[in-house]
Design a protein around this ligand. Structure first.
Ligand code: SAM
Ligand code: SF4
Length: 335
């Protein structure tokens, strides 16, 4: 006898409950950040990516299996044609507690209000430099003033929380840790520092030379601010500290120096419909073939998602020479 959808849940063989998915809505982007993409990125042909309706079916299937949080990512979610129609439908999904978005912010001046109205609760905006020239060097094509306007618009729109994401790299922006923190503090928003992850060969730099550990970033922040370690858990792998006397929090996402796998509660779905069980491993299930197989339906889709729990790996092995490293780039992974 099969149990009803509402009592089925996603628990892997290590006892971890999956209640969070990161759904990539496109592999395309209007930026070409050095840590994420190659300069001459080739994007997927249209027929290989899930339609907006297929993305919705995947999201619905997961929420019926106990997923409470969905983060939309990419690529740059806001470059997908008509993405707002999907976001509006996701915002109305029963059972979903939080709809989150990670964006480069370049189009938020136009979309912040509609996103809030559609039910997006929290938003992460990536910004790696406050200097226009450097911003361009890191994003290869991005314009800093567009992102600054986007951040202002997001603040005005009144999301529950706004968090900036910064990847600090030696030789690019390692002297901007305090300036970026000051910028967040002045606006009462959060900031997270993300260690550069070795996902594919994205650029001309050797990541082992550019990666700055979050322990180092933290020391710099502590030269100016008192950090109070917070026990707060969020949906993701960030460890947060409060800044004494301020509303802003500082997050540290340290996949390289700190293995956060033991309480992993999430999986990713790429825009090709590949359900990735771990950021740092290739274990996956092809949901697109089920979605497009006329002999299979919604029940088979849910069964495949439930069955995938058996292959969720225990942990990643970034920089472990004895293990094969992922060849996927971040824009293909859904950051
Ligand atoms: N385009 C959106 C953005 O930039 O926010 C969403 C997708 S992007 C892949 C999501 C996050 O992943 C960004 O904050 C970006 O800085 C981060 N990211 C991309 N490649 C990375 C890498 N190799 N290591 C660490 N973070 C990375
Ligand atoms: Fe685009 Fe985001 Fe990747 Fe930068 S990090 S290239 S903005 S997807």
């Amino acid at each position: 006898m099969t149990r009803s959808a509402s009592t089925r849940e996603l628990i892997d063989k290590f006892g971890r409950r999956v209640d969070y998915i990161r759904l990539s809505v496109t592999d395309r982007c209007d930026f070409r950040c050095v840590y994420c993409m190659t300069e001459d990125m080739k994007f997927l042909p249209r027929k290989e990516i899930l339609s907006l309706e297929e993305l919705y079916q995947v999201a619905r299937a997961f929420t019926e299996l106990g997923v409470r949080k969905i983060r939309l990512t990419g690529g740059e979610p806001m470059v997908r044609t008509d993405v707002m129609s999907l976001i509006e439908k996701l915002g109305a999904l029963p059972g979903l507690d939080e709809l989150l978005l990670t964006t480069n912010g370049a189009q938020l001046d136009k979309f912040a209000q509609p996103l809030k109205a559609a039910g997006v609760n929290r938003i992460n905006i990536s910004i790696d430099s406050l200097d226009a020239e450097r911003f361009k060097r890191i994003s290869r094509v991005g314009k800093l003033d567009r992102v600054l306007a986007g951040i202002d618009a997001a603040i005005l729109a009144g999301f529950d929380r706004i968090r900036l994401n910064s990847v600090i790299m030696r030789g690019y922006n390692e002297d901007e840790v305090l300036a970026l923190t000051d910028f967040a503090v002045a606006r009462g928003i959060d900031i997270a520092f993300i260690e550069e992850m070795p996902l594919g060969e994205a650029s001309d730099h050797n990541r082992e030379e550019t990666t700055c550990s979050n322990a180092w970033v933290r020391q710099i922040i502590e030269s100016k601010y008192e950090l109070i370690q917070s026990a707060e858990k969020t949906a993701g792998p960030s460890r947060y500290a409060r800044i004494a006397g301020q509303t802003s929090r500082v997050g540290f996402i340290s996949p390289v120096t700190h293995n956060f796998c033991e309480d992993c509660n999430r999986v990713r779905v790429t825009v090709e419909g590949r359900l990735l069980l771990c950021l740092g491993n290739e274990h996956s299930v092809d949901l697109r073939s089920i979605l497009r197989d006329p002999t299979q339906g919604y029940e088979e889709l849910q069964q495949a998602i439930i069955a995938s729990m058996a292959i969720k790996p225990e942990r990643h092995f970034f920089y472990d020479k004895d293990h094969v490293q992922p060849v996927r780039l971040m824009n293909m992974t859904g950051g």
